[in-house]
Ligand binder design. Structure first.
Ligand SMILES: Nc1ncnc2c1ncn2[C@@H]1O[C@H](COP(=O)(O)OP(=O)(O)OP(=O)(O)O)[C@@H](O)[C@H]1O
Length: 212
């Protein structure tokens, strides 16, 4: 499904990584590990087609993402460090406008359920600007529940979440994988993905190493 082949990247005239290759099939989760500054965010952005690589290619369903751009975009949910939320809109309005912009159908009741599952019941109508960092991240993550994309690419999704929200997110990722979805994520902590019924899904790891 997703294949990353021999990617190399430099930033600011400095080589970051070379020859990065891995693949992700339906029903698999991959944890991208690596020291601060080694290039994990840069790699995720290349994989999502948001910035160029020096060499190598990213393929979705056996075609490069440049040759399969529309299909790849509609199959991808990317959550980066910037949460892509509008501060003046409420949590509910953010979900609704995000779905509209990405051409997805989402009803208000579905959006309310997604926000409730992320622990935001009663805060659906609050403007983002008055929410805490953790509540903003919960809003951003509620979009996962409303997403029909099979491939989730998440850059440090557990940051700023409390213990309960971390557990909720681990469960959500596990359910997605168990239902044939794909998750590629970064985290500086080990992550076990456990479903609500107590069963775990396998998480592969890829350790990104910088150029010495
Ligand atoms: N536009 C740029 N110009 C110069 N250097 C850059 C640019 N973008 C990124 N870098 C550098 O590239 C390196 C990799 O950054 P990146 O954010 O990909 O690392 P990371 O592995 O995600 O780090 P962290 O774990 O700290 O989040 C850093 O040293 C960063 O300063």
């Amino acid at each position: 499904m997703l294949r990353v082949s021999q990617l190399s990247c430099s930033r600011g005239n400095k080589p970051l990584f070379v020859d990065v290759s891995f693949a992700l099939q339906a029903g698999q989760a991959l944890h991208l590990e690596g020291d601060n500054g080694v290039g994990k965010t840069s790699l995720l952005r290349i994989i999502c087609g948001l910035s160029p690589a020096d060499a190598g290619e990213v393929c979705w369903k056996d075609k490069t993402i440049q040759h399969n751009a529309a299909a790849f975009r509609s199959s991808l949910f990317y959550l980066g460090h910037g949460l892509s939320l509008k501060e003046e809109l409420s949590a509910l309005e953010n979900l609704m406008s995000d779905a509209a912009v990405s051409g997805r159908t989402l009803s208000e009741p579905q959006a309310m359920v997604a926000l409730a599952r992320m622990g935001l019941r009663g805060r659906e109508h609050l403007p983002l600007r008055v929410m805490s960092q953790g509540q903003k991240r919960r809003t951003a993550l509620a979009r996962l529940l409303a997403s029909q994309a099979p491939l989730w690419v998440l850059d440090e999704p557990f940051v700023a979440l409390d213990v309960k929200a971390v557990d909720g997110l681990r469960g959500l990722l596990a359910e997605h994988v168990a239902h044939g979805g794909m998750v590629l994520f970064t985290s500086h902590q080990p992550v076990a993905l456990t479903r609500a019924n107590g069963t775990s899904v396998d998480v592969q790891t890829y350790r990104l190493r910088g150029v010495a």
